[in-house]
Structures are given as C-alpha cells and as structure tokens.
Design a protein around this ligand. Sequence first.
Ligand code: NAI
Length: 317
Amino acid sequence: MVKVAVLGAAGGIGQPLSLLLKGNTAVTELALYDVAPIVVGVAADLSHINTPAKVTGYKGDDELERALTGAHIVVIPAGIPRKPGMTRDDLFKINAGIVKTLATAAAKYCPKAFLAIISNPVNSTVPIAAEVFKAAGVHDPKRIFGVTTLDITRANTFVGELKKTDPTATSVPVIGGHSGVTIIPILSASGHTFTDAEREALTQRIQYGGDEVVKAKDGAGSATLSMAYAGARFVASLLDASVGKKTGVKECTYVQSTAVEGLEYFSTVVELGPDGASKIHPIPANLDAHEQKLLQAAIPELKANIQKGVDFVKAVS
Ligand code: NAI
C-alpha cells in the first residue's frame, strides 16, 4: 500500500501533478489536500480514471491530519507563484509560512514520509521544513528533498534542441540550488561540446527558463504543466527506489549535503534507496572554468537563502 499526499493539489501545478500521479500504478492511495474547496471536485474528477489509486479530497485545516496520516510521500506545491518582475525570493513572505504550517503537520502526522518540496523559494523552503522537523525531534535529512527536476528537464530540452538530438536521451546534471545564479548546469557532463557563446546562452536560458514562462503567462502564474511533469518524474523515482526496490535510481535534488563547505544544503546527483537519499554525490571533479565561475557565484546567494529559511523558523517558534 502506497499513499501519496499532494498539498496544494487544487493549484496550477497540483492538478496536473495529481493527474500524473493517478496514472502511476505504484500509487494505491492519493490524498489531495488544499485550502481551496475545489480540491474535493478535483479528487472526484480524478477518481473516475481506471488506475489503482483511490483518490480522496481533503479541504482546509481540519482535514489536513487525515490527508497526511499514513502517507509515504508528501509532495508540496502549495503557495503563490511568481508574476512578471518577481524573483523566487519575493515569494518568501507568503510561502515560508505555508511551508512551515504544512511541514509542522507532516512532522506530526507522517514523520517518516519522504517530503518533496516544490513551493518556492526552494533554496529556503527546504531548510524551513528541515528546521521544523528538527524542532519536532523527527528530522531525518535523507527524507527531505527540494524538487529541482524542472531545471534538469529544461537543460535536457534546450541542449537537445541546440544539438538536434533526442531530448529524452540527453542528460545534463544541474547542481546548486533552484533560482537564478544558484542554478548550475554541468554542460561539460552532457557528452556534447559547445562554443563559448553557446555555453553562455544555454546557461542563461537554463537559469532563467522559468522567466520565459512567467512572461508568456503575463501575470497568470509560472510553470505549471512542465513542473507537474518534472514533479511526477521525481515522485516516480522515489517510488522506484523505495517501493520498487530498484537500484541505481538517481536524481539531482536539493538536500542536506556536505558537497560544498559552508553550505548546509546543495543539489547534486543523489542516489535514492528504500530510506530516501542513500548516497549524495560530490560536485563533479572535472568542472570546466565556466562551471567553476558559476559555482563561486552561486555560493553566497545560496548561503543567504538557506540562512533566511533557518532564521524564519527560529524567529516564529
Ligand atoms: P497556484 O496558485 O496555482 O496553486 C497553489 C495552490 O496552493 C492553490 O490551490 C492554493 O489554494 C494552495 N494553497 C495555498 N496555501 C495553502 C495551504 N496553506 N495549504 C494547502 N494549500 C494551499 O500556484 P502554482 O502555479 O501551482 O505554484 C505553486 C508553487 O510552486 C509556487 O510557490 C511556485 O513558485 C512553485 N513552483 C516551483 C517550481 C520548482 O521547480 N520547484 C516550478 C514552478 C513553480
């Protein structure tokens, strides 16, 4: 029996993500939670799809306990998205509180669940969830993940487009964090060669790919469908490694890490196993000069983002 809870399931990401998770036959129970009452209708709608998962909608604070109890994986896309001109950090004011509330409930009702955090700013919301779990005495760093998969999806797409290769067979690790300069694509590991101009342009597009969508949606939100795809892929990997007991399942994901001295959280390739992150890979040893520069630019920003999350929990508890 595998229960997956989606918190923020009525939203732009939550709905298509829930649809994709309903299609994952490893899931036997799908608990959809949101503060918006429409979530009950979303659950009713999805429940007519003939796959194994039993889908239930839960609305509002009173029903959060039931949504979370028994969950193996909790995916959190709750919170406000960006509008044109906003950075992910601008979302902190509202989303920090939402993630803190939901992490507090998860620590209480399903402390052993894997937490997959989509809500931005991921660089800060992961430390927030970890601090909440620490305060509750149930922290296991192997079980808390920041979902950065969309950066990898974008990198594979953009490199595939440029090199006219199959994007499903393209693999670009993206390390660091999940905003602007903290996103570090390791193009040197893609198996392709690039001119300096191509490398610059690709890096810029991968780091700011989200802005293309925010601009095109013109105030109506940020990436939702591609994020749902990426989130479903990440959850599928967690399921493959834990329930499916597959070996060699790897994803780049933002976790508690010792990859960079002085940064408590960082995304590198992480091997997943039955208990979560089983091995956190170091930063690739052979970064080129361009990637070294990107890493140096990311470190101070990430440090500040992490500290902001930690301070937030300390200040309000
Ligand atoms: P949305 O506004 O369409 O949906 C958010 C949902 O969260 C709404 O249904 C809302 O009712 C719900 N919500 C708000 N407070 C809640 C609470 N306390 N408990 C449960 N549900 C609550 O936003 P969208 O587009 O789905 O984006 C959600 C988040 O995902 C944003 O923070 C956005 O920045 C982030 N995001 C992350 C990406 C990543 O790569 N990690 C990519 C794209 C977006």
